[in-house]
Each structure stands twice: as structure tokens, then as C-alpha cells.
Design a protein around this ligand. Structure first.
Ligand code: GLN
Length: 483
């Protein structure tokens, strides 16, 4: 049961071969068994989960089920959920119980899904390895010595380890796609504005986007059906017709024009990953796709532009954590200013402080034009590269991460080498485009390798369709770690 897809589970629930209570309990047991070693979850609340499962069972019994009714879903600890601690991986929010639901939590509740638990993440979603969490490092289920990627490392590890059939993530610069790649699962970052950010704790608001993480593209499509949609409470939510992302999953790929950016295939790319991409090109060709080399000339400036902009937005967004209204407050201080200072010094970890300092610096009067405005201009150039490319091709294929999972601790003292983990994912966020990572092989060391598909705005259905066809003729997504 712990290896079934959402479609299979949904069928079993509907035909009442299993109940949601049984299913939820078996996942809770699995979490209980594996979490000490993997640390994918920050918290669970069996009472709330099983209560939701009971309600789902009665809904199913009344013939009122929808595809995800009764399905347990793990939620990244960045989405506010009423009655649940919502920590964002930080000491600052370690005692925060949300009084309200994020938009996507509401949507999962409305469809009768079960909130299985809160997954671990880099503090305030800043990181690429899940090592910055206040709640400890997450271990990659394929190799406990390796990182699971980040910042949605807990979600990726939970799905890979069979500790959840599906999970949510958020992606500001790669945090859905990179951990999906490093853990051998599928994940999609939608077009900016497709999924409401209401109730999702803000890191860099112009880049943040929530999306699904699951074993297969088909499962991601089912989850995206729930998550996508207009919400007036997020001013950047796009009001457009709702799509059924499962409708076109089987569409043939005949004539599909795939672009391979020459800037992605340089010395920085691990040869084992390059080989998986070559093999994937052959598979797509057999399915009828036509492959072209393309150029995204501004790719090398994506990382510096991102770290200026994301840090600037983070410094502003994180101003609200001052110990006054909610969250952590330093236990000893002598006046208000001292309380602010101590609260922020004690409540935030090193990486978050580094981002706040960079952000404050680039936004300060003397440097605003030189850094912040400049980075905004670079952002436009990067988006233009993609628009030009999409005049000739339908989709871009490339690596998700420059290398498979690295070892825990390996990059802790070198933030720049950590920032380079997102070299292939960050430009997609700067342009606001959708990107999907899917499993495409393993390294010699047995660590998963992912490949990335990048689409034009709102082309999620096409990306899921390509990934689904690929998964019909490959079995990488069905492999499981030995646990
Ligand atoms: N690794 C990138 C960062 O640390 C991206 C994180 C994310 O997508 N949330 O900012």
C-alpha cells in the first residue's frame, strides 16, 4: 500500500477495499518507524489526521468523494494550517500555532484530503540541502549520509521513503525541483501566480511559488488540480480558467520541439547527469520529439541576480519577526530595542541572518541603484532569453541539479558552492516560468539523478504530459530505496 500511486489509492478508497483511517494509520506507523533516521517530519498530529480520515471515510460512504478524498498528504511546514504548529523550519516560529489556513490547505481540506504531517525544511526556505533547519538535518532515504536537497527536503524525503504518498513544496529558486531530483521523485514548480501564496510564509514574494511533489507526473497532476486556482487574497494570483491537468497526460509527443540550452552543457555539469540527459533525449526522440540546440545567453548571471533580489525581499519580509505579536521572544532583555535585538539574534539561524544582511545592504540608499536596480534589469534579460527561445521550441530540457546529492556537511562552510546547486533552476523563478523535475537515472554511487523540463507560461499541462509519457516507457520513478 505504501508504494501505490494516488490513482491506485483513490481507487482502493472508492471501492472501499481500504479506509482512509487504515491508510492514514499505516502512513503514521511508517513515519513513527522511519522518522528518527530520516527526520523528514517536524511534527505529526495523529488525532487531527485520523479525525480528518474518519470524515473522509464517511464522505466516501455517502458517494461524495473526489479523487483525493481520504488521501494523506504531507504539507511543508511553511503553509499555515489552523491548529498546527507552523514553524517554517525556524526557532523564530517554533511555538507558532497557526490561527488560519493557507489557501492550498483550505483546498486540500475542501476535497477531503488528510493532513498527514508537517515536513522539515531549510529555515525560511533558505537553502539547498535541508541543513539549515532548526529541527535538524534531513537524511536522503537513498543514502543516509547524503542531503535530500532543499529547501523542501523533508517533503522529498518523505515521498521517496514511502512516509507519504504525496507532499507539497515551495520553490523560490529551485526548492521543489532540486530536492525532487536528489530524492528520485517528481515535482513541479508552476508558473508564478498559478497557486495562491495566501498563508504561505513569505521568503521572496516575487519568486515564491507552491507546487506538488509525488512519485509520478500523474500524481502531480492530481495534486495541481487541487492547488491551482484564483484567490483574491493574493494580489499576484492569476484569474484564469481552471484546467484539468490530468486531461492531456497521454497526448502523443509527435512533433514536440525540445530545446537543449548550450549554456547548460558545460564543464560544470556532472558527466553522469549529462549521460542521463543524453539517454532521455533518445527516449523523447523515439516518442516523436525533435531536438534542437538553443541558447540562453544570460544564464551565467542568474545566480548573482537571484541572490541580490531574493535577499532584498527576504530582508523586508522577515522584518515582521520582532517578538511582539507572535513567535519566539527572547526571555531576557532590558528594553524594547534590546528585546528586538535579542529576539532576532536568538531566533534566526546563520543562513537567514546572512540573507537579511545582504538584503539590507543591497536595498540601502547608497547601493540600491548599483545592486538592486541592476539585478532587476538582469532579471528582465533572463526572462527575455526564455521568451526568445519559446518562439522556436515548445519546451526546454536540461539538468535539474549540477550533481547528484552531496554528503551532509560537505558544503556547510562554503555558502557560494551551496548557492551553485541552483544554477539550473533559479532562472526559471526569475522569469516566472513553470519547471518540472523527474527521475532519469542513478549515479554510480546509487544516488538519484533528475532532469528538468521548462515550459512557457501556464504550460504545466504540457510538462506533465511529457513527463507522463516518459514515465510510461521508463521505470526510474518506480525504484525505491531499501529501507
Ligand atoms: N537554494 C535557494 C535559496 O536558498 C532556493 C531556495 C528555495 O527555492 N526556497 O534561496
Amino acid at each position: 500500500m505504501l508504494t501505490y500511486s494516488l490513482t491506485e489509492l483513490s481507487g482502493l478508497l472508492k471501492s472501499r477495499k481500504i479506509s482512509s483511517v487504515e491508510l492514514t494509520q499505516s502512513y503514521l506507523d511508517r513515519i513513527h518507524q522511519l522518522n528518527p533516521a530520516i527526520n523528514a517530519y517536524i511534527s505529526t498530529n495523529p488525532e487531527i489526521s485520523l479525525n480528518q480520515a474518519k470524515q473522509a471515510d464517511s464522505r466516501i460512504a455517502h458517494g461524495m468523494s473526489e479523487p483525493l478524498t481520504g488521501i494523506p498528504v504531507a504539507q511543508k511546514d511553511i503553509f499555515c494550517a489552523e491548529g498546527w504548529t507552523t514553524t517554517c523550519g525556524s526557532k523564530m516560529l517554533s511555538n507558532f500555532i497557526s490561527p488560519y489556513d493557507a489557501h492550498i490547505i483550505e483546498k486540500f481540506n475542501q476535497t477531503g484530503a488528510v493532513l498527514l504531517g508537517r515536513t522539515n525544511m531549510d529555515e525560511f526556505a533558505m537553502g539547498s540541502s535541508n541543513e539549515t533547519s532548526y529541527f535538524g538535518v534531513v537524511h536522503n532515504p537513498w543514502d543516509l549520509e547524503a542531503v535530500p536537497g532543499g529547501s523542501s527536503g523533508g517533503s522529498a524525503a518523505a515521498v521517496a521513503a514511502g512516509m507519504a504518498p504525496a507532499a507539497t513544496g515551495t520553490d523560490t529558486g529551485g526548492s521543489i525541483r532540486q530536492p525532487a531530483a536528489l530524492c528520485g521523485i517528481t515535482g513541479i514548480k508552476p508558473t508564478y501566480g498559478l497557486v495562491s501564496r495566501f498563508g504561505m510564509i513569505a521568503y521572496a514574494s516575487s519568486l515564491d511559488q507552491a507546487g506538488p511533489m509525488a512519485r509520478t507526473a500523474e500524481d502531480c497532476a492530481l495534486l495541481l488540480n487541487i492547488m491551482a486556482g484564483f484567490d483574491p487574497r493574493d494580489s499576484t494570483s492569476v484569474n484564469r480558467q481552471k484546467e484539468d491537468y490530468t486531461a492531456d497526460l497521454n497526448r502523443p509527443l509527435t512533433g514536440l520541439k525540445v530545446g537543449l540550452p548550450k549554456e547548460y552543457f558545460t564543464d560544470g555539469l556532472n558527466p553522469e547527469i549529462a549521460k542521463c540527459i543524453e539517454m532521455s533525449c533518445d527516449i523523447l526522440r523515439k516518442e516523436g520529439a525533435i531536438l534542437h540546440e538553443i541558447s540562453l545567453p544570460n544564464s551565467p548571471i542568474a545566480i548573482p541576480a537571484y541572490y541580490v533580489l531574493a535577499s532584498a525581499e527576504a530582508s523586508s519580509n522577515l522584518e515582521r519577526y520582532d517578538g511582539v505579536r507572535y513567535g519566539y521572544r527572547s526571555p531576557s532583555y532590558h528594553d524594547l530595542t534590546d528585546m528586538y535585538k535579542k529576539t532576532r539574534a536568538e531566533g534566526f539561524g546563520a543562513e537567514v541572518k546572512r540573507r537579511i544582511m545582504i538584503g539590507t545592504y543591497v536595498l540601502s540608499a547608497g547601493y540600491y541603484d548599483a545592486y538592486y536596480i541592476k539585478a532587476q534589469k538582469l532579471r528582465r534579460l533572463i526572462a527575455n532569453d526564455f521568451s526568445n527561445a519559446f518562439k522556436e521550441i515548445d519546451v526546454i530540457l536540461g539538468p535539474t541539479s549540477p550533481q547528484p546529492a552531496f554528503n551532509i556537511g560537505e558544503r556547510n562552510n562554503d555558502p557560494v558552492s551551496m548557492y551553485l546547486s541552483d544554477i539550473y533552476t533559479i532562472a526559471v523563478n526569475l522569469a516566472g516560468l513553470p519547471g518540472l523535475s523527474l527521475p532519469a537515472g542513478f549515479s554510480g554511487q546509487g544516488r538519484p539523478i533528475g532532469i528538468q523540463l521548462i515550459g512557457n507560461y501556464f504550460n504545466e499541462a504540457r510538462l506533465l504530459n511529457i513527463a507522463h509519457r516518459y514515465q510510461q516507457v521508463t521505470d526510474w520513478h518506480t525504484r525505491r530505496p531499501a529501507l
